[in-house]
Design a protein around this ligand. Structure first.
Ligand code: NAD
Length: 495
């Protein structure tokens, strides 16, 4: 182990005395040593980001210059794609096929898209508000933005947030999960090489419980963009309310996939496997509840279970691997706890539900793909996010019942509908309480489309014009041009 992971503050890579070992979840081995930020580095990063926003050259750059800088990050990611994919796989346990074909190219695309599509929107808009007055609505960056990201898509979610925040002209402090800081550091190197002015992008690896409050409550920070669990999201809202600042919250989910009788069974089974087992089920949009219409329920279930049993678990850097390990031993314990509760509640496990016996995998945090049935809408596993490779499959008879079941949880992040009847599917999409509905597909994120959940899944959007707009503030400037006949207010006390 010789990989070091320093912090990045004000254009400098900084080692700190407090360190954390970074583990490869496939093998349980230490792969790097990461510096952890203390309150001192938090103060420094905030001060530098503030200075860079208030007095640095970044806000003065023309929109074209800003586009060029942001495009350089996209190119830097593409130039280092193979190394980044390896690093992300080693740090997260995500199969190399996923990091190579999904995480890394999508990360580059986020910068490319934001650079090329929304920056022009920052030009102000003029209105003739009355015969004598005109107004301009200015679109300005919010200021200093703290970006807090989880461990399940460390690079991709960091890139979504950075691309939007930087395209809008903000300065940022990125806080990766202390479990997965390695790709964020590589990104910092790419940004450094691209020549960004000091203080525009800062990267603080640290433990949330130690530095979270200092980072999120500080008056000099204007906005928090958070992706993570509900529990931590609520804490961050408390911190940020101390000095009243804008927050966006991308939180958990318990998403439903609804499969109608008229589907192509094989296609629906294959896609449904991906919709829960990609990234070991550690996806906020994982379809962890699958509802299947009566007539095809038995066949769907038999085929799904048979294929789930054949999913190839393995070390994440093996290109043949279809499912890697969970992120940590603690996460696996959390999943096992849910399985124990489900058993106690009388639910049947049709496959998985345990640690694999394969000796090659014994040091990693593997868990078998798990299918549960006989789950009622009141049970824990029906309502709560497990964040692992665990799915429950349940029957429904018609679209109304499916909508009721899908909407009966506190979350509202995403849903899938599978049917050849597109009218029925589109009507049902309108009834679902979910920020994203995929019809006859799963997991397709497009940079054009705003993504974000309802209810306990949070508020605010990522991506799309709406996501970009989260990172700007609107200012209206009213200019009265009349010489004499001013509005009444101008004479109010001057009679
Ligand atoms: P988490 O909430 O434990 O941590 C998320 C981030 O918050 C990490 O960087 C962590 O270090 C930081 N953090 C922890 N305590 C903090 C504190 N007190 N103050 C400030 N920051 C703190 O989440 P996780 O376990 O890393 O990720 C899994 C969760 O993320 C799941 O609930 C998943 O659904 C959610 N998620 C949501 C989306 C979405 O787009 N809605 C996407 C991915 C993941």
């Amino acid at each position: 182990m010789n990989l070091k992971c320093p912090l990045y503050i004000n254009g400098q890579f900084i080692e700190t005395p407090e360190k954390q070992n970074i583990i490869n979840p496939s093998t349980g081995k230490v792969i790097a040593e990461a510096s952890l930020a203390s309150l001192k580095e938090v103060e420094l990063a905030i001060a530098c980001a503030r200075e860079a926003f208030d007095y640095g050259p970044w806000p003065q750059f023309s929109l074209i210059q800003r586009k060029e800088f942001i495009s350089k990050i996209a190119q830097g990611i593409l130039d280092n794609a193979a190394e980044l994919a390896q690093l992300e796989t080693q740090n997260t346990g995500k199969p190399i096929k996923e990091t190579t074909f999904m995480d890394i190219p999508s990360s580059a695309k986020a910068f490319e898209f934001m650079a090329n599509n929304f920056i022009d929107y920052l030009r102000g808009e003029e209105f003739n508000v009355s015969d004598e007055a005109k107004a301009e609505v200015l679109r300005e960056p919010v200021g200093v933005v703290v970006l807090i990201v989880p461990w399940n898509y460390p690079l991709l979610i960091a890139c979504w947030k950075l691309a939007q925040a930087l395209a809008a002209g903000n300065t940022v402090i990125l806080k990766p999960s202390s479990l997965t800081p390695l790709s964020a550091l590589e990104l910092a190197k790419i940004i450094h090489k691209a020549g960004f002015p000091a203080g525009v992008v800062n990267m603080l690896n640290g433990t949330g419980s130690k530095i979270g409050e200092a980072l999120c409550a500080d008056k000099q920070v204007d906005m928090i963009s958070f992706t993570g669990s509900n529990e931590i999201g609520k804490q961050i809202l408390q911190y940020s309310s101390k000095n009243v600042k804008k927050s966006i919250m991308e939180l958990g989910g318990k998403s439903a996939s609804i499969i109608f009788n008229d589907v192509d069974l094989d296609g629906a089974v294959n896609s449904s496997l991906a919709s829960i087992f990609l990234n070991q089920g550690q996806m906020c949009t994982a379809m962890s509840r699958i509802f299947v219409q009566d007539d095809i329920y038995d066949n769907f279930l038999a085929s799904f279970v048979e294929k789930a049993k054949r999913i190839k678990l393995g070390l994440a850097d093996n290109p043949e691997t279809q499912m890697g390990p969970l992120i940590s031993d603690a996460q696996r314990k959390k999943v096992i706890n849910y399985i124990d509760k489900a058993k106690a509640e009388g639910h049947r496990i049709l496959c998985g539900g345990k640690i694999p016996e394969n000796t090659e995998l014994k040091n990693g945090y593997f868990f078998e793909p798990t299918v549960l049935v006989d789950v009622t809408a009141h049970s824990h596993i029906f309502k709560e996010e497990v964040f692992g490779p665990v799915v429950l499959i349940h029957k429904f008879s018609d679209a109304n019942e499916a909508a009721l079941l899908a909407n009966s949880v506190d979350f509202g992040l995403a849903a899938c509908i599978w049917s050849r009847d597109l009218t029925l599917a589109q009507e049902l999409a309108g009834k679902l309480n979910a920020g994203t509905v995929w019809i006859n597909t799963y997991g397709m994120f497009y940079n054009q489309l705003p993504y974000g959940g309802f209810k306990q899944s949070g508020f605010g959007k990522e991506l799309g014009r709406e996501g970009f707009l989260e990172y700007i503030r609107f200012k209206n400037v009213v200019l009265d041009q009349s010489r004499d006949g001013k509005p009444l207010v101008n004479y109010w006390y001057g009679l």
